[in-house]
Design a protein around this ligand. Structure first.
Ligand code: NAD
Ligand code: LMR
Length: 331
């Protein structure tokens, strides 16, 4: 063990799955919590996947990661979340070709209520939770509503993969290094209605619309490419994104834990307090900045009529999903 810090407890659900297989090794190597922070991995799976999970744990052992202070493997939710400082809710079925993510609500929705309750019961008092399993905004909403004693601000759903996708497409179009592209906000649902906002994005500090003259592409093809990118990966790979998803999980947690570079922001789906007219309580993708302790939705961004229309569409979809899961949240 290094650094003299006490280990933190990090729970990953669906740990024997595709995303888990990429994510766990990156967490254990220090990419999520830094090179001085020892970690205990608490790995939660369903009973039939426990043997496979044991194999993953053997491989983690065989990496001899100095920061990996221990592992707990379990199929019992309360045990999995015991003392957890961070919970990464990955465990859920992925969609297959031809499905929308919301088609997964019937199979996956019921996972998240009991997990929300178990987190509230056994996790550490400072627990923060990132929901990855799809449809992630509404699954996060379900879990959060089942854990009313935890502050709503501790719950996040993952729109970072969409942000990263938009960053690369814009960099390719402008022929600039990807690091030059900043300030990408993905608004609304992690679904085909999401609105990746290029109008407020920047390239080397300049508005993207000043650097890329093809505004039709920025307002049309780019948005559509990001909205459909998950499906394109599924079509090409025969399985849903995994390594890029794990990479986005790392980025999400780092951007919550660490102060956001001045003037920039990152995409996270957080509880709405009514910002930009989004109904309170929706788990909504916003541009977010953090001071390392607290986060806020970036205020005062300008949208044109087309952007407002898109934001209304994705809001409506989230409200519909919320209606669909009424039976899974306490009234
Ligand atoms: P996978 O099928 O490879 O792995 C999922 C794992 O979850 C399986 O091992 C399964 O046994 C486990 N699981 C199922 N129910 C569980 C439960 N109640 N408790 C604990 N574990 C449980 O799937 P994957 O490719 O790793 O994807 C996982 C989820 O992440 C899917 O819903 C997928 O759509 C979603 N996803 C989201 C994003 C995003 O950007 N938000 C990106 C990629 C994938
Ligand atoms: C993605 O965006 O790649 C994931 O949400 C998986 C999917 O179903 O598209």
């Amino acid at each position: 063990m290094s650094g003299g810090h006490a280990p933190i407890q990090v729970t990953v659900t669906g740990a024997a799955g595709q995303i888990g297989y990429s994510l766990l090794f990156r967490i254990a190597s220090g990419q999520m919590f830094g090179p001085d922070q020892p970690i205990v991995l608490r790995l939660l799976e369903v009973e039939p996947a426990m043997k496979s999970l044991e194999g993953v744990a053997m491989e983690l052992d065989d990496c001899a990661f100095p920061l990996l202070a221990g592992m707990e493997l379990t199929s019992k939710a309360e045990e999995g979340f015991e003392g957890a400082n961070w919970v990464l809710l990955v465990g859920a079925a992925p969609r297959k070709q031809g499905m929308e993510r919301s088609d997964l609500l019937t199979v996956n929705g019921s996972i998240f209520g009991p997990q929300g309750m178990a987190i509230q019961k056994t996790a550490a008092s400072d627990v923060r939770i990132l929901v990855v399993g799809n449809p992630c905004n509404t699954n996060c909403y379900i879990a959060r509503m089942n854990a009313p004693e935890l502050p709503a601000e501790r719950w996040f759903a993952m729109t970072r993969l969409d942000e990263n996708r938009a960053r690369t497409q814009i960099a390719l179009k402008a022929k600039v290094p990807v690091a030059a592209v900043t300030n990408i906000g993905v608004w609304g649902n992690h679904s085909t209605t999401q609105y990746p906002d290029a109008a407020n994005a920047r390239i080397a500090g300049l508005p993207v619309f000043e650097v890329i003259s093809d505004h039709g592409w920025l307002k049309g093809k780019l948005v559509e490419t990001i909205q459909k990118r998950g499906a394109s990966v599924i079509e090409a790979r025969g399985a849903s994104s995994a390594a890029s998803a794990a990479n986005a999980v790392i980025g999400s947690v780092v951007s919550i834990r660490e102060p956001t570079p001045w003037g920039d922001w990152h995409s996270l789906a957080v509880v709405s307090h009514g910002e930009y007219g989004v109904p309170e309580g929706l788990q909504f993708g916003f541009p977010v900045r953090s001071d390392g302790e607290h986060w806020e939705v970036v205020p005062d961004l300008h949208h044109d009529d087309d952007a407002w229309k898109r934001i209304r569409v994705t809001t409506q979809e989230l409200l519909q999903e919320q209606e669909m899961v009424k039976g899974l949240v306490p009234s």
